[in-house]
Design a binder for this molecule. Structure first.
Ligand code: DQQ
Length: 601
């Protein structure tokens, strides 16, 4: 532990002695001016200071520190060759410090780019990274990197294995359809296994590899999973979830109380299926069909891609990160000077039904909660809105639960309404129904000319009620030239026994919504022209003819997370209570790589 504290102290001193802290803080007026020039930068969602960002990579918890690596273009706000693994560290998944890039294109096996991959912590607490290199011939090959110094909890320097690549595209697979190795899992037979995403003859697949030593890998006879009529399977993730608790499990856990999740990113979405993994037979048997279409389970029904999970051994939970792209134009991204952010980290576990996953923002988000507004038992008549006032509506965490007193009067479900996204578009927020639309209007102007409606509708089906959840961006901005797709999903709850709950994280240009206590997640990106900063408002609304009741509503103004190169790890540590009796380090030395740390990003 002493080594850890010394290492932390070194890094803090590096940051502090560079004087970056002062530069970051700036004067209040400067930051207000910056906010006006950059109304879409987020306050508590992870972003890099500038340029292009995409997939989260190599997530891990190591020696008291969370590591987020991510795809990053150091030269532009757009994607191009030369992608690196940028690297940030955190004590709490909320506040982050940017470090030097962990991997940059440099060798024949990754000279064009260092693409996505994963971290595995080998026995003896030894972290390794597997990543896809784009080689000199634009082939996608799998490479290995190890930390230069395992005693550094920040894992600042990485060494590429001299015998890379360790896996090349197999016969029959095009060299540009072979990427994104997963975290490895270890079997009782002493073998490591990974999957690599691929595609051939219109079939997406997770190709399985095995190894005795992590260096030599052999391809299994058959892929672990295939799916016809999809695009390339990117960023697969394969992990166990517990059937009898909400605790997370190490990726290698396999016992009778386990189900496995197979997740892949394709057709612009993150789909998953639950199933049973038989290690001896190397078979994954899904509980349901995955079709790559609307009835499939998705981690998020909005804008969310290339997600990756990891097991957090500190808190026995599994955590998910996902990339949220822009919805504006390339020209806008160049003008903003940046593109892309990470969704707020979510804890992920199996629902009691065993039929789907639940996701919820990690509990550490509560450290950012500031002023609270609470409302109890409020009736919302048809056609009414209610403003949640006296909060920072551009930067807020809202939880609300609705009761429907006369469910039997809900309108009838048409059996032809099978696609929830189409239904949300046809019955958007301006189309009145009986029960619904009701929900929240986020990033709205006072006259509601700009608004993003996150709402529900409830229908009466044959022998059950059907709840639809939508996120309607069609009026999110007075600007036209941005993607305003309306998203939607069916929410598997019974409104006779459960309240219809919604939690929404609003952060300037991102709106992350969790319906039914995390059963459905919908993330959207919006670019209001007027509903920015202090001018933004948040309302609850009910445009159905039947009244609904807000059982409770809580909204918290959110503080800004400390994300940047100049943040002091010492002060971050001091603000945390989860470290219990452990003392925070004191500043002792100033390491030589100080300037590099500051200039890397
Ligand atoms: N992004 C990476 C690839 C991956 C894709 C390149 C998914 O490795 O397949 O930046 O967004």
């Amino acid at each position: 532990m002493a080594t850890l504290f010394l290492a932390i102290a070194c890094l803090c001193c590096a940051l502090l002695s560079c004087g970056i802290g002062a530069e970051l803080e700036g004067s209040q007026s400067r930051s207000i001016a910056a906010a006006r020039e950059q109304p879409y930068r987020t306050s508590y969602h992870f972003q890099s200071p500038r340029n292009w960002l995409n997939d989260p990579n190599g997530l891990m918890y190591y020696k008291g520190v969370y590591h987020l690596f991510y795809q990053y273009n150091p030269h532009s706000a757009l994607f191009s060759n030369g992608i690196v693994w940028a690297h940030s560290v955190s004590y709490d998944l909320v506040n982050w410090v940017h470090l030097n890039h962990a991997l940059e294109p440099s060798e024949p096996f990754d000279v064009k780019s260092c693409w996505s991959g994963s971290a595995t912590i080998l026995p003896g607490s030894r972290p390794v990274i597997l990543y896809t290199g784009i080689d000199a011939n634009y082939r996608q090959v799998q490479n290995l990197a190890i930390p230069k110094n395992e005693s550094d909890p920040f894992l600042q320097e990485w060494v590429k294995f001299s015998q890379n690549p360790i896996i090349v595209p197999p016969i029959g697979i095009e060299p540009d359809n072979f990427r994104d190795p997963t975290t490895a899992w270890w079997g009782p037979d002493g073998k490591w296994r990974i999957i690599v995403g691929s595609w051939r003859d219109n079939i997406g697949m997770a190709i399985l590899y095995q190894s005795d030593d992590f260096f030599h890998w052999s391809k299994s006879e058959h892929p672990l999973f295939t799916l016809s009529n999809t695009s390339m399977w990117e960023c697969p993730d394969f992990f166990p979830v517990s059937t009898d608790s909400t605790n997370g499990m190490d990726t290698s856990t396999l016992n009778p109380s386990t189900k496995h999740v197979m997740k892949a990113s394709f057709n612009s979405h993150d789909y998953y299926v639950l199933g049973t993994y038989n290690l001896e037979l190397e078979r994954f048997s899904p509980d349901d069909d995955l079709k790559g279409a609307s009835p499939d389970l998705r981690l998020d029904y909005g804008k969310y891609y290339a997600s990756k999970s990891f097991f957090d051994s500190a808190k026995n939970r599994r955590i998910l990160f996902g990339w949220v792209n822009e919805s504006d134009s390339t020209e806008d991204d160049i003008a903003k000077g940046w593109s892309g952010l990470q969704a707020f980290p979510r804890e992920i576990w199996l629902d009691r039904s065993g039929k789907q996953l639940i996701q919820w923002p990690v509990e550490e988000i509560k450290t950012l909660r500031d002023k609270n507004i609470g409302v109890k038992s409020l009736g919302l008549d048809g056609g009414s809105t209610y403003e949640v006032s006296n909060i920072t509506a551009s930067q807020v965490d809202v939880e609300v639960a609705f009761e429907l007193p006369k469910l039997e009067e809900a309108e009838l479900m048409d059996p032809n309404w099978v696609d929830p996204q189409i239904l949300c578009s046809e019955k958007n927020a301006s189309v009145g129904g009986m029960y619904g639309p009701f929900g929240l209007l986020a990033l709205a102007t006072k006259d509601l000319r700009e608004q993003t409606a996150i709402f529900f509708r409830v229908f009466r089906g044959h022998n059950r009620y059907i709840v639809l959840m939508c996120s309607d961006q069609s009026r999110s901005s007075l600007r036209n030239e941005i993607d305003k797709t309306i998203y939607g999903a069916f929410l598997d709850i019974d409104p006779q026994v459960e309240k219809i709950s919604l939690r929404t994280l609003i952060d300037h240009s991102i709106i992350e919504s969790f319906g039914g206590e995390g059963k459905v997640c919908i993330t959207s990106r919006v670019y209001p022209v007027l509903a920015i900063d202090e001018a933004a408002r948040v309302y609850t609304f009910n445009y159905g003819t039947l009244s609904v009741r807000i059982e409770r509503l809580d909204a918290w103004s959110m503080r800004k997370a400390r994300i940047g190169p100049g943040e002091s790890l010492v002060s971050q540590c001091e603000n945390l209570s989860f470290r219990g009796s452990e003392e925070c380090p004191s500043c002792a030395a100033s390491p030589s790589h100080c300037e590099e740390s500051a200039s890397a990003i």
